[in-house]
Ligand binder design. Structure first.
Ligand code: HPA
Length: 249
């Protein structure tokens, strides 16, 4: 079953025909909220709002381990993460959609592994390719099928938040090769890998990163609401196609 983790701007999936909600308990505590079960694109699907239903959990306090564990327990076989990001690469503008292919993790102090002792053998997961390649290809094919332009590839830089970045930090990230910057991509991606669940991301550019373009003098999210609404509609269409293609597996 396809699972979708929705971030800011996608706190519910309006094209999900809801069948029921379920509160799932995990050995790692409580997930961000109840899981929503239903059907999208005629297939079974599962939705979780990363920041909680009332959007009250900031990025650094999301219980990523509980979220991923709960999705696995509930039958998730594929996870598509939706998250809004700031655009650094010159060709990226508010409203654009990116399917990232790599990650640099700048977060700190987050609980970022299931393998943290407790007598379990030391385990190092391979993370050379942080996103599942076949699932990425499905996202790209789905977008093409519904005629929605998306950018294939980009390095996602995960920052700690909740504050936004300084202009100098963004310059540094650019030197590192980062294309988009967000606060939630890690440890989500690596925890999915540790659980063996294919994971890929849809990043929606909500703003130029600090010091760039329209954010030259600061980041003004309120200017961008209309752009975001349109782009979220496009993201929903892509998800519907992906569900259709993933089938009821
Ligand atoms: N920086 C970090 N995270 C973000 C941004 C940003 O500019 N926009 C949306 N999420």
């Amino acid at each position: 079953m396809l699972a979708i983790i929705g971030g800011s701007g996608l706190t519910q999936l309006s094209n999900l025909e809801v069948s029921h909600r379920e509160v799932v308990r995990t050995p790692y505590g409580e997930p961000s909220g109840a899981l929503t079960f239903g059907r999208v694109g005629g297939r079974d699907a599962l939705f979780l709002a990363r920041h909680g239903h009332g959007h009250s959990i900031p990025p650094h306090l999301v219980n990523y381990r509980a979220n991923l564990w709960a999705l696995k327990e509930s039958g998730a076989k594929y996870i598509v993460s939706v998250a809004s990001v700031g655009g650094i690469r010159a060709d990226l503008n508010p409203g654009d959609i990116v399917i990232p292919h790599q990650i640099i993790d700048y977060t700190w102090g987050r609980k970022n592994t299931y393998f943290d002792g407790n007598g379990a053998p030391v385990t190092h997961v391979d993370f050379t390719e942080p996103y599942d390649a076949p699932l990425r290809r499905q996202l790209l094919a789905a977008a093409t099928a519904v005629d929605i332009p998306v950018k294939d590839g980009g390095v996602y830089g995960a920052t700690q938040g909740p504050r936004l970045e300084t202009a100098a930090e963004i310059d540094r990230f650019e030197r590192d090769g980062v294309a988009v910057v967000g606060m939630t991509g890690m440890p989500e991606a690596v925890l999915a890998r540790e659980l063996g669940i294919p994971y890929a991301a849809i990043n929606l550019i909500s703003n130029h990163a600090a010091g760039r373009g329209q954010s030259a003098d600061g980041i003004h999210f309120e200017r961008l609401e209309e752009v975001l609404r349109t782009a979220m509609g496009q993201v929903r269409k892509v998800i519907e196609q992906v569900a259709l293609r993933a089938g009821d597996r």
